[in-house]
Design a protein around this ligand. Structure first.
Ligand code: HEM
Length: 303
C-alpha cells in the first residue's frame, strides 16, 4: 500500500522524537548566504535564469540528517546542503543535496523502511539486516555510503549529491537529463571518531561560522549528463563514470544569515522548486518529497 507524507513524517518523529519548531529530518543546521555564478557551459545546457552567468543571491543551509535538533555533530550521519537561489523575476529555485553518494532505494515505501532500519534504537540490530534482506538492491550502495557517514572536518570539506535527475532545456529546443553534485574547493577532509568527539557537540556549526568569517567558502556545482537509455526516474541508478561532467558554476558562501527563520519567517528548501529551463523527472521519490516536506513544515510551524 502506498505510504502517505504524514506516515513518512511520523516515521521520522518515531525515530528521533517530536521537536516543535524543528524540521522532522535535518533538524540541526546553520543558515548562510552568498551567491551562485554560472559558467558559460551551464548557459549552453539550460535557459534557466540562474545559469545565464550573472551572480544570483542565495540562502544556504548546512545540516545533519538526524531529526534531533541537538544531535551531536560528531555522530555518524549524512549531512545536508540546501541552496535557495533568488532569481531576477522575484521567483526562487532550490537545490537540495546530501553527502551520501548513492541513494539506496527507489520508492517512498522503501524510504520509510530504511528510516526505521537506520534509526537509533535497540531494534536497529535486527531491523537493518531485515531491511537488506527485503531490499538487496541497497547492498552495493553500502560501502560508499558508510564511509560518507564519517564526521567531516567541516561542512565545507565534503561533496554533496542531489540524487535525482532533472531535465535541462536549452534555448535551441534541445534537452538532456542531468544530475547535480557540489564539490568543495577546500578539498575533502574527514575526522576520526576521537578527534570529532574532541571538537564537541556543535563543532560543525562553530567551524562553519568561523570559516566564513575568515573568507568565502566555495563549492563547484557539477552536472553529470545522461546518455540515451540511462535511467532517469530511479534515484538508485548510478550512471557510468564515463558520462560527461560539466562545471555549471560556483556557489560562494560569504556570511552567516541571521535574518531568516525568526519572527515567523518560514524557510523551506524544496527539490521540486524548479524554474523555466529545468523540469522534473518522474522519479517517485522526487515527486513524493515535497508533500512530506510540507507536512513537516505544517508541524514545525504549528503554534
Ligand atoms: C522519500 C524520500 C525523502 C523523504 C520522505 C524526506 C523527508 C524530509 C523531511 C520531512 C525533511 C524536513 C523538511 C522541512 O521541514 O523543511 C527533509 C529535509 C531534508 N532532506 Fe529529505 N527526504 C527524502 C529524501 C531526501 C533526499 C533524496 C535528499 C538528498 C538528495 C534529501 C535531503 C534533505 C535535506 C538536505 C534536508 C534539509 C533541508 C533544509 O535544510 O531545510 N532528502 N527531508
Amino acid at each position: 500500500m502506498a505510504v502517505t507524507p504524514q506516515q513518512a513524517v511520523d516515521a521520522a518523529n518515531d525515530a528521533y522524537g517530536r521537536h516543535p519548531g524543528y524540521r522532522a529530518l535535518h533538524a540541526k543546521g546553520t543558515l548562510l548566504k552568498g551567491t551562485f555564478t554560472a559558467t558559460q557551459q551551464a548557459a549552453v545546457l539550460s535557459r534557466a535564469a540562474h545559469f545565464q552567468g550573472d551572480p544570483v543571491p542565495v540562502t544556504v543551509r548546512v545540516s545533519n540528517g538526524s531529526g534531533h535538533p541537538r544531535s551531536p555533530d560528531y555522530a555518524p550521519d549524512v549531512r545536508g546542503l540546501a541552496v535557495k537561489m533568488y532569481l531576477p523575476d522575484g521567483s526562487r529555485t532550490d537545490i537540495v543535496a546530501q553527502s551520501a553518494p548513492r541513494f539506496p532505494i527507489r520508492t517512498p515505501e522503501a524510504f520509510l523502511e530504511m528510516l526505521r532500519a537506520t534509526s537509533p534504537s535497540p531494534a536497529a540490530a535486527w531491523r537493518m539486516p531485515l531491511f537488506l534482506l527485503r531490499h538487496p538492491e541497497a547492498i552495493p550502495c553500502l560501502p560508499a555510503n558508510l564511509s560518507a557517514l564519517a564526521p567531516p572536518a567541516s561542512y565545507a570539506t565534503i561533496p554533496y549529491y542531489a540524487v535525482h535527475a532533472y531535465l535541462f532545456l536549452d534555448g535551441q529546443g534541445g534537452s538532456r537529463y542531468v544530475r547535480y553534485s557540489l564539490h568543495p574547493e577546500a578539498g575533502q577532509a574527514r575526522l576520526g571518531p576521537r578527534r570529532a568527539r574532541r571538537g564537541g557537540r556543535d563543532y560543525l556549526q562553530e567551524e562553519i561560522r568561523e570559516r566564513v568569517q575568515r573568507g568565502p567558502v566555495r563549492f563547484m556545482l557539477e552536472l553529470q549528463i545522461a546518455a540515451p537509455g540511462d535511467a532517469v526516474d530511479d534515484p538508485r541508478s548510478h550512471w557510468p563514470a564515463s558520462r560527461e561532467r560539466v562545471s555549471a558554476g560556483t556557489l560562494e558562501i560569504t556570511e552567516l544569515d541571521t535574518s531568516r527563520e525568526r519572527d515567523g519567517d518560514v524557510l523551506v528548501f524544496d527539490p521540486t522548486r524548479v524554474t523555466d529551463g529545468i523540469e522534473l523527472s518522474d522519479d517517485p521519490v522526487l515527486r513524493f518529497r515535497p508533500q512530506a516536506y510540507s507536512d513537516s513544515v505544517a508541524r514545525r510551524t504549528a503554534s
